[in-house]
Design a protein around this ligand. Structure first.
Ligand code: TXA
Ligand code: MG
Length: 313
């Protein structure tokens, strides 16, 4: 039976917190995408979370917090981390920091690494849930691993409805792509995943962003290979579609569904995942996608499109 979908109210949020305390799984809205939340200290709950998503256990999760105060209980904070959190939390920025020894975060949550990814979401329902719950919640995107991320409660119900205990409905996500993931290495910031906070804003504070040293570590395992993929094959940077294709447009290239007629990258990010779902549901041979400029949020949009188009094996 599919989990109930309830509008996020103080009552349903209390119920969600009780489910989480009992080791259950709750889908919660955030401003980026819907997350599948579990108690970050409960390894049984997190084991179930990896299972229902079909997510490899080596891919660590983000711990969600109310803000720096809660985050300080579980991670070490270099100066630059505090500056970035001060500027952008709550919001679509995830910081990877050294995990504190003895932190109340299950080892399985961060795949046994020494580091821990932290984010304070801005969506009011997520904020309220975190403060009622009172400690960190891990929450990967609430979809089957490798498939298109959910930006509405209905998307969550379609893919994980049977496997979760409650879906909190907080409307359509306003940003629509996942958070930007940054690791702090002493006084340097390294970009692990482009996302909802664009590079220029971070660089204004942190200076030029480094790239992960791939030889040294499986830096951000979720960044590899095929991800965010529809069933249909994909072809990118297309100005004219071929027979059997549906075209996801941008700006002047209208297509069968336009991400943003005005060429507005924030609007395009917000509509990206639902647009891919809509075209995929029409079962084309292939989804073609118009070029999206590689600036501002375009960096995150193009990252998702390239992974969506990557060979699945
Ligand atoms: O916007 C978001 O970040 C959403 C919402 C729900 O908050 N969450 C999300 O979670 O996108 P997920 O699990 O789909 O992606 C987490 C990303 C993955 O690429 C993972 O590899 C990386 O963060 N990550 C997590 N912990 C890490 C760590 N300790 N070191 C390096 N990368 C890490
Ligand atoms: Mg994901």
């Amino acid at each position: 039976m599919s989990a109930p979908i309830k509008p996020a109210t103080s009552e349903s949020i209390e119920e969600a917190a009780a489910i989480l305390r009992a080791g259950g799984l709750v889908a919660m809205p955030t401003e980026t995408v819907y997350g599948l939340a579990a108690d970050a200290s409960n390894s049984d709950a997190i084991t179930r979370l990896y299972e229902v998503k079909g997510r490899p256990r080596f891919n660590p999760l983000i711990a969600h917090v109310t803000g720096p105060r809660m985050a300080r209980t579980v991670a070490e904070w270099p100066e630059l981390g505090s500056k970035l959190a001060g500027a952008f939390w709550p919001g679509p920025l995830t910081l990877v920091l050294p995990k504190k020894p003895g932190a109340a975060i299950a080892d399985i949550a961060n795949a046994g690494l020494d580091s821990l990814a932290l984010r304070a979401p801005a969506h009011p329902a997520a904020r309220t849930l975190l403060s009622v719950f009172g400690s960190p919640l891990v929450a990967p995107s609430a979809n089957l691993s490798g498939t298109i991320s959910p930006t509405t409660a209905a998307h969550v119900a379609e893919s994980l409805g049977e496997a979760v205990d409650l879906i909190l409905d907080g409307g359509t996500c306003t940003i629509g792509v996942e958070s930007t993931v940054i690791a702090i290495d002493e006084d340097k910031a390294v970009l692990f995943r482009p996302g909802g906070l664009d590079r220029a804003q971070i660089e204004a504070i942190a200076g030029p962003l480094g790239t992960p040293d791939e030889a040294a570590a499986p830096a951000s395992p979720g960044m590899l290979k095929s991800h965010y993929a529809p069933n249909a094959a994909m072809r990118l940077n297309v100005t004219e579609k071929q027979p059997g294709e549906l075209l996801l447009g941008f700006g002047d290239i209208g297509g069968d569904l336009n991400l943003s007629a005005e060429g507005d990258l924030a609007e395009a990010a917000k509509r990206l995942f639902s647009g891919l779902r809509e075209l995929d549901a029409r079962k084309p041979d292939r989804i073609a996608v118009a070029p999206v400029p590689e600036q501002g949020l375009g960096e995150a949009i193009n990252d998702r499109l390239q992974r969506a188009a990557a060979p699945k094996d």
